[in-house]
Design a binder for this molecule. Sequence first.
Ligand code: NDP
Ligand code: OXD
Length: 308
Amino acid sequence: MSILLIAPDREMQSFRKALKSLDPNLDVEIWPDFANKERINLVVAWNHPENLLGQFPNLKVVSSLGSGVDHLMDDSSIPEDVTITRLVSPSLKTQMVDYVEMSCFNIIRKTPEYYRQRQKGIWKVLAHHSKEEISVGILGLGEIGGYTAEKLAANRWQVNGWSRSPKKLEGVKSYSKKELASFLKASNIVVCMLPLTGQTDGILDLELFKQMKKPGFLINTGRGRHLVEEDLIYALDAGILEAAVLDVFEKVPLPGTHPFWNRPRITITPHVAAITDPNELAQQLIDNYKRLSSGMELAHTVNREDGY
Ligand code: NDP
Ligand code: OXD
């Protein structure tokens, strides 16, 4: 039995080391170097090459290196009987809370505008918003979104949340799937923390921006394809939105010629809102590996029909 780590654009030695420190007898290889494809029964994949996962005859489990699984849902080479799992970890949640709260503070306290003024040597007081006037609406109240919503509420933000099924979260006004319009009407800063599925692809469009409470701001930490990029530019130019913070993009790295780079009201970060901790991933993989070996049900499995 062997674990294969496939993540061409990531440094994977630290993940191998974390796995080996938990179980020195474990056979862990890093793609493209592996000895025998027949021995591989668990793969960890992130931005993996197309049609690769169909070639391991004894593959039982494919785990995402992160929380999202859209890269695995898009891969038709993964056989039907292979279980797909994803990472659910404490530090992904706490990092996301920090990123979203930092972004909300930057929005209401106008931090990017002060950076720009500083570059030009301008001393000018700008009117800013208070937490009491601005409400934060989180699209997606799952492991990360639900946790973030509760933490922001505990930090005195007014928080709304939207998910397929209604939720009971401390201090959070929860809206169900059919209540999207009411959720948007009540939310100034909309934060996308949805998984990318057939239903959520392109959800951040002009129609959605128009329905938001004004002044309106967008934070996207979900996936690039949630956003209709030209609609964001239109909404900013037309004054429908004031500013946006984007951590995820349809094409990465964001091409140097992309119009987002020339928009001062768009803050850009390179998919760093929450970064997988090798030790946490290793612990979860080992737990599932033991479950697999003893014929038990795996943890954090993905429902292929729902796509998340
Ligand atoms: P979960 O699967 O735990 O939660 C998903 C949430 O979205 C659930 O509340 C679910 O509703 C809701 N949802 C799904 N589909 C719909 C829909 N069609 N309409 C309304 N609500 C919907 O995911 P996580 O919280 O773990 O992660 C969310 C996403 O965050 C990941 O898929 C990934 O794309 C992104 N992410 C980004 C990171 C970054 O660094 N930028 C880091 C980590 C994650 P219900 O509860 O009813 O099922
Ligand atoms: C993600 C992650 O899914 O980084 O984006 O975990």
